[in-house]
Write a protein that binds this ligand. Sequence first.
Ligand SMILES: [Zn+2]
Length: 99
Amino acid sequence: MRNRSHIQRGSGVYACRTCQHNTRDTGDNGDVRLCPACYTLAGEDNSLSDNGKLYDADSARNEFYALMEQTSLVRAKQLFPRVWSALIQAPTTTTGSAA
Ligand SMILES: [Zn+2]
């Protein structure tokens, strides 16, 4: 397993209450007991609810990929279906490798 940041015992480790992935407080996410990916995606879900669009599509895409790695594509879609729908419609700003 690749795990660059070793999670230390007693450093505020908890299971994300959305995806159950073991994570730790890296800032704001600790207050709401979410992993960084779910924290960002929950914010994007709120943005979709409030504004009808993603706050930052690139950031949302990156965190969605992170969540997929922590769980699975199926699980990530189940957890944030609105964000997923918006992402597959959002234009990507990354260039290259257009298959
Ligand atoms: Zn999570």
